[in-house]
Design a binder for this molecule. Structure first.
Ligand code: SOE
Length: 387
């Protein structure tokens, strides 16, 4: 089988999640190409060597540009903070490498536009790209999209979406790149709000047309981290400013006329990774919560009124997307499986000569919504999303 050499840039939380995906995808799925975990790249030699040994990479590199000249690397996986996505992804596409880029696609609309243009030019040369909105690959989310596409909800009226975390609710939780606008572009809005923007558009097959939003930074100054890894760190003596939003809320109107209410926060004490989506249509409703991610709740308004009610569907059967490759029916999947499904779909699209989704154009669409929410929070006006 033909090898697909992978060069992964970044080895913190997302780098580890992607490594796990590259490792397990060929072991559970029949892939048309063989992903080789060729090089792990990061700036600090000792740390990248330790991560490569732990995560299963063959070699290490400290300069990502060196990966682009290697014939044994066909795909660059970008798991760096948002401020380097555009530079790395565009250079990789121009060098003829397929690209998987973490979300949000970029820090600004301008960067996302340049990345989308590069992706479209590369696609004409058979080079593929995908943005990592991994929650699309949760089986219950796939089922939700299918139910909407099959017309089981009728006309969509309401979209209610929340992404709730609490990892910086403590005002003494230290600063990290996710709290730095230069590095991350925005705070809760781009980091987790981007996921629910993408998910609701994916499930409904609709697009957000206009928004009215508010951003808030509750804790404006925090300890600088003495050390930091993933989402956790230890506080040093110095203090520094938080330059992003802690929470974002917005109202949305979809192209079809459906109304949306969105909330993304890192201050929802007790909520750890709660992606809650509820969709009401003229014929029925759906409800999902990632903290119980194997379940989809479905209300079929056509059922007998005496016994109708939300049905609890365990999306763990081989009839559900991706599930058949894993365990016998009824055995649950977790956070990391979405990352594995993501690379399965990417590798399959590369082998088929097809454009994978979510594309960079899909990432740009989300970026435009993020920018519009920010603009609305500043101007206190509704903002239209350029389509
Ligand atoms: C932190 O909020 C974070 O790691 C996000 O960056 C990821 O996209 C999400 O999957 C989990 O939470």
């Amino acid at each position: 089988m033909t090898n697909l050499g992978i060069g992964l840039i970044g080895y913190a939380f997302m780098g580890a999640a992607h490594s796990q995906a590259w490792r397990s995808a060929p072991r559970f799925f029949d892939l048309p190409l063989n992903p080789e975990m060729t090089v792990l790249c990061g700036r600090t030699p000792d740390a990248v060597a330790a991560a490569a040994a732990k995560l299963g990479w063959q070699e290490t590199e400290t300069d990502w540009r060196k990966l682009l000249g290697r014939d044994d690397i066909q795909l660059i996986d970008v798991c760096t903070p948002g401020d380097s996505h555009a530079e790395i992804a565009i250079a990789a596409l121009e060098a003829g490498k397929h690209v998987l880029c973490e979300k949000p696609l970029a820090n600004t609309v301008e960067e996302a536009e340049a990345m989308t243009a590069a992706a479209e030019a590369a696609a004409a040369r058979g080079i593929r790209s995908m943005v990592g909105f991994t929650y699309r690959r949760v089986p219950a989310i796939g089922l939700a999209r299918q139910l909407v596409a099959d017309g089981r909800l009728g006309t969509i009226r309401h979209v209610r979406a929340q992404y709730l975390q609490d990892w910086i609710a403590d005002p003494e939780a230290p600063l990290s790149w996710r709290l730095d606008k230069e590095k991350a572009g925005s705070g809760a809005l781009g980091d987790i709000g981007a996921h629910i923007i993408d998910l609701t558009q994916y499930i409904t097959g609709d697009r957000i047309a206009e928004v009215s939003g508010q951003l808030e930074t509750f804790v404006k100054e925090r300890p600088v981290a003495a050390e930091h890894s993933g989402l956790a760190g230890t506080a040093g003596a110095e203090r520094g400013p938080v330059t992003v939003d802690d929470a974002a809320v917005f109202l949305a109107k979809f192209g079809s006329g459906a109304l949306g209410v969105f909330e993304a926060t890192r201050f929802a004490t007790g909520r750890k990774n709660a992606i809650r989506i509820e969709i009401n249509g003229s014929l029925g409703s759906l409800a999902f919560d990632f903290e119980d991610m194997n379940l989809l709740h479905f209300y079929d308004g056509g059922e007998d009124a005496a016994t109708a009610g939300f049905r609890r569907i365990l999306a763990t059967e081989s009839a559900h997307p991706y599930v058949g490759a894993w365990w016998p029916p009824g055995h649950l999947l977790g956070y990391e499986h979405g990352f594995t499904h993501q690379v399965v779909d990417l590798v399959t699209a590369i082998a088929d000569g097809a454009d994978p989704t979510p594309s960079f154009a899909d990432g740009l669409r989300v970026q435009r919504v993020l920018a519009a929410v920010e603009a609305s929070s500043t101007s206190r006006q509704w903002q239209e999303i350029p389509q």
